[in-house]
Design a protein around this ligand. Structure first.
Ligand SMILES: Cc1cc2nc3c(=O)[nH]c(=O)nc-3n(C[C@H](O)[C@H](O)[C@H](O)COP(=O)(O)OP(=O)(O)OC[C@H]3O[C@@H](n4cnc5c(N)ncnc54)[C@H](O)[C@@H]3O)c2cc1C
Length: 507
């Protein structure tokens, strides 16, 4: 590669990176795994080490490819479909019918039967390194450490909350969670281990160095104003100034673009009625101290609202307004009391509040928790301290509160793409994206427009275990597309820039 290599995980020397084959936007788990692949790490189906895959149909299909890399096996949307079309009717395994079949395929190869054999699942992939397959790339993420949303906390919940997934399901090939646990704690990781957010953040921030990809992973940088150019894409990169580093902005040219920016960056803001509660004058440090003993108002019915309640001090009074719909229940309903006691307990309280509101005579035990199913805040006093709540029964109640946590969801944004590129990937008008925004597109092909791939939670499969398939597909297609050698691309871009009167690739 004709380019100099960046040296530290937080600093891009602007003279070094001028042009690169692939830019990956985002530094979450999917971007990290894709980088591992683009470094030249090649997965192949392995039926020897632990025997054939337990699904004999899948084994037979994969065996036809002999020792060819998985990139060849998943070389087109059609090839992936042929491999996975029996999944819905498989009798030996139970496969997810929610996730994209390609993601289910990689999940079952990395951990066959993961849901029934936690800790015992044996990977049916073997890994080899092939320098010739290495693709020049950069991972550009705004989170301050590698790990994407795991390094961020826009809702301000506790870092000690345990994850929904067991460690194995958050693990990436190249440096496993199990290995990380052993390195940190000097002992084997227990089975059915639900790590804390802090531990997961620590695992992903350690991953680049441990997996040998840190030279290409850049944190605290924003990719924006991405345009299609004559030969690929131009990406403006902005790094925020800190006390030790000046702000920095420059352009990278690339041939391939991967969108791995996730769907959890932006918290959906509260509607205008809550404005007095957010007014900085009503929320100064002094005010917060004074009103700390007043109830915390939590709005939302999902995991984030539950996390806020779990993070509160034990004696904190909580007023909880949530949606309650038996045909579309809260996601907390799926939490088994043995596996997820903390979430199951909040669901129980919500359920009790719903029962109390429909049959007011049922006894309630005094507690710090007051739940209002399907209620609405209809007025907030100017100082933000007193709210009026319209309950599902039509009563209007007044409550004094200290703080608001509005937790009705998060979303990603593709605002960093030019309007033309946004339109090409299928996002019109507003740039907001959630799980279903790009789903139809990615079901047809993860290459949503020429040389642009979507991976990770942006595909609508938000769990880490279902991020791997899309990355293998994108890496395979990028590796296969080597018609324009990279140094030639630099010359071509330089010539084009010269023609435009700039004469310089990095600005
Ligand atoms: C509270 C919470 C709990 C979760 N728990 C689990 C769990 O237990 N198990 C599980 O499997 N999954 C869980 N998830 C789902 C989560 O989607 C995945 O764990 C995983 O983080 C998805 O990885 P990703 O690579 O798609 O992107 P993300 O981890 O979302 O990272 C994308 C990163 O890109 C950044 N970015 C956005 N725009 C730009 C830009 N223009 N330039 C540079 N960077 C940009 C974002 O700020 C973000 O840091 C949870 C999600 C949340 C919100």
């Amino acid at each position: 590669m004709a380019l100099g290599r960046p040296t530290s995980s937080n600093h891009i020397p602007s003279e070094d990176v001028k042009c690169v084959d692939t830019v990956i936007v985002g530094n979450g788990p999917s971007a990290l795994f894709l980088s591992y692949l683009l470094h030249g790490n090649i997965p192949t189906y392995d039926s020897a080490t632990h025997g054939p895959h337990p699904d004999p149909v899948l084994h037979s299909k994969l065996s036809r490819y002999g020792n060819r890399p998985l990139f060849d096996v998943t070389e087109s949307a059609r090839a992936c479909e042929a491999l996975t079309e029996h999944f819905h009717a498989a009798t030996h395994m139970s496969y997810s019918n929610q996730a994209l079949p390609l993601n289910v395929l990689l999940d079952t190869l990395v951990q066959p039967g993961a849901d029934t054999e936690i800790g015992g699942a044996k990977s049916r992939l073997k890994w080899s390194f092939d320098e010739r397959r290495r693709i020049g790339h950069v991972v550009l993420g705004s989170a301050k450490e590698a790990g994407g949303q795991w390094a961020e906390d826009p809702v301000n919940t506790s870092w000690d909350i345990e994850t929904l997934s067991y460690s194995e399901m958050l693990s990436l090939p190249g440096y496993s969670f199990r290995e990380h646990y052993r390195r940190r704690h000097g002992k084997a990781m227990p089975h059915l281990n639900r790590p804390t957010r802090r531990e997961v953040a620590n695992y992903y921030s350690s991953y680049p160095r441990a997996a040998g990809i840190s030279s290409e992973v850049f944190s605290s940088v924003y990719a924006h104003r991405i345009n299609r150019t004559q030969f690929g894409f131009s990406v403006r990169v902005y790094r925020k100034p800190t006390s030790s580093r000046p702000q920095c902005e420059y352009t990278i040219h690339c041939k391939h673009l991967v969108l791995a920016n996730g769907i959890f960056t932006n918290v959906i803001p509260p509607p205008p009625i809550f404005l007095p509660l957010l007014n900085p004058e009503n929320n100064s440090l002094g005010q917060q101290q004074r009103f700390k003993t007043l109830p915390l108002l939590v709005v939302g019915s999902g995991f984030t609202a539950a996390d806020v309640i779990i993070s509160a001090q034990p004696n904190q009074k909580i007023i909880h307004i949530f949606k309650w719909n038996t045909t579309r229940p809260s996601p907390l309903k799926g939490c088994h009391p043995l596996a997820y006691p903390e979430y199951a307990s909040i669901y129980r309280r919500m359920k009790q509040s719903a029962a109390d509101s429909t049959s007011p005579t049922s006894p309630t035990t005094p507690s710090n928790y007051e739940g209002f199913p399907n209620a609405q805040v209809i007025a907030v006093s100017g100082d933000g301290r007193v709210i009026k709540i319209l309950t599902a029964d039509g009563d209007v109640l007044e409550r004094t509160i200290g703080t608001l946590k509005y937790c009705v969801g998060r979303r990603g944004s593709l605002e960093y793409l030019s309007a033309e590129l946004r339109k090409a990937v299928g996002v019109l008008d507003a740039a907001w994206v959630s799980a279903d925004t790009l789903r139809r597109r990615v079901e047809a092909d993860l290459e949503v427009t020429k040389n642009v791939w979507v991976v990770g939670s942006l595909t609508g499969d938000s769990l880490v275990r279902y991020a791997l398939g899309g990355c293998v597909y994108a890496a395979g297609r990028i590796m296969a597309d080597r018609e324009i050698p990279e140094d030639e691309l630099i010359i071509q871009e330089a010539a084009a820039a010269g023609r435009r009167g700039s004469g310089c690739l990095v600005s």
